[in-house]
Write a protein that binds this ligand. Structure first.
Ligand SMILES: Nc1ncnc2c1ncn2[C@@H]1O[C@H](COP(=O)(O)OP(=O)(O)OP(=O)(O)O)[C@@H](O)[C@H]1O
Ligand SMILES: [Mg+2]
Length: 367
């Protein structure tokens, strides 16, 4: 058992018993836990133990330490390995460094030097572990923020349609079915996010479908209408949304993902027009792709802002999370497409989504 109090477990693979004993004593004195193997076969038996460092001789009775170095690195790339070599074997020492050894020590060695080398290797390992841990937390944070952002968009759409539905029921209007259909679509998109999360780590089942791109654009306009129309009117400003759609074209895409991209672009356009204005959504058919432009007549962006808008967490809004565009960029890229922007400060911005028609092939080229 590794005691919590030791500085770490060190595997020593050395066939000279005297040398192995000296290293063992040294390590114990410095509060390390030594595990000794006098041959490669003995060393292999000890690989089930949690190791922190390995000290490895090159010439062993049943094989070459350099081969074992490769085995160790294949099992655990992060395990620091220090090679022990005779002074006459410098060639091997250099070879071992090329194969991923962290250090080499020539025999006879100075005790302090060996201990120092082990301590340095351990320190490096701890730093790498800590870095990896913090990277995991960062990725988890990004993931959580992305999911929260998507759900927030969907919930705001559902609650706005619900509000309108209640009002119309009260007033005896007859638009109920449309609101319910739109809410169902938002709920389906939420369920798609959950199933995407569930399938993370597994090979994701492809949710792509052949779909008329214009229908998707129209659905998104409807879904976001409470936000760009009713909510803005309540705030005393007017936003027009005009669509100019090219003849219908079938694309092979994940509809809930692409709806999410359009929703993000529409919400950003609304935020960019605090005094109201016009959002224009245009589609264009090309030979091998469809294009969709979302333009606004809002505040536009300075070149410095434009440079950073696709960075995760970049936001210029007090309430923003800075997730919308980075997620959108990734979704479009995953479809083998591009998301670009043109903007003039004080005049407005145009975001252009380009999606290849045969995204299956496009994706193969992309990967
Ligand atoms: N249409 C636009 N006009 C002007 N600036 C824009 C526009 N769209 C995006 N931006 C700029 O890009 C930044 C990043 O946008 P992004 O959608 O990623 O995050 P956000 O809107 O700030 O927050 P959220 O995560 O809630 O969407 C915005 O804060 C804004 O500065
Ligand atoms: Mg946004």
């Amino acid at each position: 058992m590794t005691s919590a109090k030791t500085n770490g477990t060190v595997l020593i693979v050395e066939d000279f018993k005297d040398t192995a004993d000296i290293i063992c004593r040294l390590l114990k004195k410095k509060n390390y836990r030594p595990l000794v193997a006098y041959s490669l076969s003995e060393a292999r038996e000890k690989l089930g133990e949690p190791l922190d460092v390995a000290v490895l001789d090159i010439n062993l009775p049943d094989g070459n330490g350099l081969d074992f170095l490769q085995e160790l690195k294949a099992l655990n790339r992060e395990l620091p390995v220090i090679m022990l070599t005779a002074y006459t074997e410098l060639d091997n020492a250099i070879k071992s460094l090329r194969q991923g050894a962290d250090d080499f020590i020539t025999k006879p060695f100075e005790n302090d030097y060996l201990i120092h080398s082990i301590a340095r290797a351990l320190e490096k390992k701890h730093l790498t572990d800590r870095l990896r841990q913090s990277e995991k937390f960062r990725l988890l944070g990004e993931l959580a923020a992305g999911v929260a952002h998507d759900f927030n968009n969907l919930l705001s759409s559902i609650s706005a349609h619900l509000y309108l539905l209640k009002r119309e029921i009260k007033e005896g209007g007859c638009q109920g079915a449309q609101h319910i259909k739109t809410m169902e679509m938002a709920i389906d998109d939420g369920a798609a996010i959950v199933s995407r999360l569930n399938s993370m780590g597994k090979k994701s089942a492809d949710d792509r479908q052949f779909i008329d791109f214009n229908n998707l654009v129209e659905d998104t306009i409807l879904m976001t209408r409470p936000k760009w129309d009713h909510e803005q009117r309540r705030k005393g400003r007017k936003i027009n949304l005009e669509s100019q759609l090219a003849p219908p074209k079938t694309v092979y895409i994940n509809p809930s993902d692409v709806r999410e991209v359009l929703t993000n672009l529409i919400f950003n356009a609304i935020d960019a027009m605090p005094k109201g204005g016009t959002i224009t959504i245009k589609t264009e058919n090309m030979d091998d792709a469809v294009k969709c432009m979302v333009s606004d007549t809002g505040i536009g962006m300075t070149p410095e802002v434009k440079e950073r808008i696709f960075d995760p967490f970049f936001t210029t809004k007090g309430q923003g999370t800075g997730i919308g565009l980075s997620v959108s960029y990734a979704i479009v890229a995953n479809h083998g497409g591009t998301l670009t922007v043109e903007s003039v400060p004080g005049e407005g911005s145009t975001f252009t989504i380009t999606l290849p028609l045969n995204t299956g092939d496009a994706l193969k080229n992309f990967q």
